[in-house]
Write a protein that binds this ligand. Structure first.
Ligand code: NAD
Length: 325
């Protein structure tokens, strides 16, 4: 990306957008990165750089903003996540698919340079290997979210093959971060657990203790995204979406890393409907093509993640407590 180029991020107020916008602004300058979301404009949202309210289902508004602001790259993050998706399957399909098609169409019509769109490990279903699930493993998802992601991958590849659009994608695992709350997915427990550990010293987990899932700490996910988008086009052999591996743990193992630092912390288990979704997913991912094509390598393990999460959240809660005095 050069200095005259401009990135537009959709769904910028969510768990990933909050961190990705920060990283993109650090790299390209704050005025080169336009944050958008369906949420109302507030002073706080505009404090770090340009922010516009945008419903990405409104193709005309997306196209107008793209033309008016001379946008060259779109990072399309707006979506309904796995657990929330099951509450309204048709509405979720509409948001996840129509918004992606709006972005791809605007990118094609306006000749944009690049599009980033995240897929998910939710593309896999119960027939895929539980351990080290490979790039080309069977994709027969059981959730509307997974169906929308695998369909989206096909559309991305189609736009690349038919129109030469430089669209790139990662199948993110469950993401863990401290800046924003998790957005209604099946792996949200791995974010909530840290908040509750600090607030009450207890956590009731909605997945069973042995439910192993692929996960990643947000700094690794953000770096992976920047590295994928920076890689030379000829290195990108996968135009659907890349498998990406970082961590793999179950709730009991994650809780043990917390008890290590907060010895009084207690976890209990009461699985709900999300257990069924988790059971349909792999426990770990093989990401050989990401390693080969753009040198992907995660940095955090589960212990360094827990140390970092607890430290940042403790600072946040401490600052909030001081403010409320
Ligand atoms: N967080 C994860 O663990 C994870 C894992 C795999 C894939 N992903 C994918 O990454 C992307 C971002 O996920 P996230 O966790 O940040 O989600 P999130 O739910 O935290 O954020 C989504 C954002 O989209 C916005 N939005 C909703 N409808 C909109 C609309 N019509 N127009 C514009 N904005 C709208 C919401 O206000 C919200 O800020 C999604 O595509 C998701 O499927 C996330």
């Amino acid at each position: 990306m050069n200095l005259k180029e401009t990135i537009l991020v959709t769904g910028a107020c969510g768990q990933i957008g909050t961190e990705l916008v920060k990283a993109l602004r650090q790299k390209y300058g704050k005025d080169s990165v336009i944050a958008t979301d369906i949420r109302e404009v507030t002073e706080a949202l505009c404090s770090d750089g340009p922010y516009f309210k945008l419903d990405v289902l409104d193709k005309y508004a997306l196209e107008k903003l793209t033309i008016d602001l001379h946008v060259t790259h779109i990072y399309h993050l707006a979506a309904v996540l796995s657990a929330n998706g099951e509450k309204n399957p048709l509405g979720s399909w509409d948001l996840n698919m129509k918004s992606l098609l709006n972005v791809l169409e605007v990118a094609r019509a306006e000749n944009l340079k690049q599009v980033f769109w995240p897929s998910s490990i939710a593309v896999f279903g119960p027939d895929a290997p539980k351990e080290l699930c490979g790039q080309d493993a069977s994709t027969l998802p059981t959730t509307v979210y997974g169906i929308s992601k695998i369909a989206g991958e096909h559309w991305c590849r189609y736009y690349n093959e038919q129109y030469g659009l430089d669209v790139r994608s990662i199948r993110y695992p469950g993401l863990i971060s401290y800046s924003a709350q998790a957005g209604g997915g099946t792996t949200d427990y791995a974010v909530d657990i840290y908040h509750q550990a600090l607030k009450s010293g207890r956590y009731q987990c909605f997945l069973s203790e042995e439910t192993r899932l692929p996960m990643m700490y947000m700094p690794d996910a953000v770096r992976a995204t920047l590295e994928l988008m920076d890689a030379p086009s000829e290195n990108i052999t996968i135009r659907g979406s890349y498998n990406l591996a970082g961590l793999s743990f179950n709730p009991a193992e994650l809780a043990a890393t917390i008890t290590n630092q907060l010895p009084d912390f207690k976890i209990t288990y009461q699985p709900d409907a999300r257990q069924q979704i988790a059971n349909s997913w792999p426990g770990s991912i093989d990401d050989t093509p990401a390693k080969t094509d753009w040198n992907w390598k995660p940095e955090y393990d589960v212990y360094s993640m827990t140390t970092d999460m607890l430290q940042h959240l403790a600072e946040t809660y401490h600052a909030e407590a001081l403010q409320s005095k």
